[in-house]
Ligand binder design. Sequence first.
Ligand SMILES: Cc1ncc(C[n+]2csc(CCOP(=O)(O)OP(=O)(O)O)c2C)c(N)n1
Length: 354
Amino acid sequence: MNEKELNLLDKYFRAANYVSACQLYLLDNPLLKEPLRKEHIKKKIVGHWGTVPAQNFIYTHLDRVIKKYNLDMIYVSGPGHGGNFLVANTYLEGSYTEFYPNITEDEEGLKKLFKQFSFPGGISSHAAPENPGSIHEGGELGYSLAHAYGAVFDNPNLIAACVIGDGEAETGPLATSWHSNKFLNPKTDGAVIPILNLNGYKISNPTVFSRMTNKELGSFFYGLGYKPYLVEGDDPKVMHRLMAKTMDNIIMQIKDIWNSARNDNNNKMPRWPMIILRTPKGWTGPKIVDGKRVEGTFRAHQVPISMESEEHLKQLESWLKSYHPEELFDENGRLKEEIRKYLPKGNKRMGATP
Ligand SMILES: Cc1ncc(C[n+]2csc(CCOP(=O)(O)OP(=O)(O)O)c2C)c(N)n1
């Protein structure tokens, strides 16, 4: 991947993080053209941040391979409680505005998008059915992987990317769903890419998987019949390279498995690839608030800054500005053309798949 592509990926990732974070907090001043004031902020802030940046990262990289390999792909979000991530990505790719023409792709539209999130008369904080691209709400944890496999049975060209929280992975339904790989027929079914987002916490507790070493995790998933790939780190630039390489590798393997079963009559059960994405909870968010660590801890699960003091207002402003919205949106508040060009078009967008 050359430097230009890396920068574009990172710009899209920053835009998705910005639009996700702003939905939690902002009533007005959507592009931070003015200094942030109290009246720009919602009175009651409700929603999730911890799971959001990793899902934005995943969406960014799925878009990259959808475009590169012309794939039909859907996104299933186990931690659908971070619904602001799905709203952000479908808004940036344009599918949101096609369903909701009042949420325009400009400054006024951004303002409405931010205000409506988890707000009276607005939209749910989860990946609710009215959100384009949502075929799985989250909410009650445990069913993402079963839904993803169900979606690709008898759907031979579809790939379901399924993000599984390490907390969700502790539920009974999810723990048994890993075995669905044994029912997948590469001749007649599509493929699932399970992506375990190992951010270490389930609300206020550490997860069981977070107590396991990478080697143990690798052996565990190998034993379940998968070929696990570890993508671990917290430096976005390094992570973009690692994830892009891993995704390329995985897509090539899926194509090989399909080809071997469909054209060479190979009847052996394949070892399907999966990803273990080990990133800090609330990645790229506030590092320390009120003297306590937030990024990479359980405190990042819901709202990382509670907005009770002047100091919090300054912290929120500097966090949002760290994504540099002025580099991502044009003067009218539309995602810059150079970034839009990078995204899949029409039915290939995950918010618009038939
Ligand atoms: C069956 C079920 N049990 C408990 C909860 C409450 N709950 C909501 S989010 C959450 C933690 C989820 O952790 P994880 O899946 O790792 O997601 P993330 O850390 O990425 O937010 C829990 C326990 C729930 N929604 N559903």
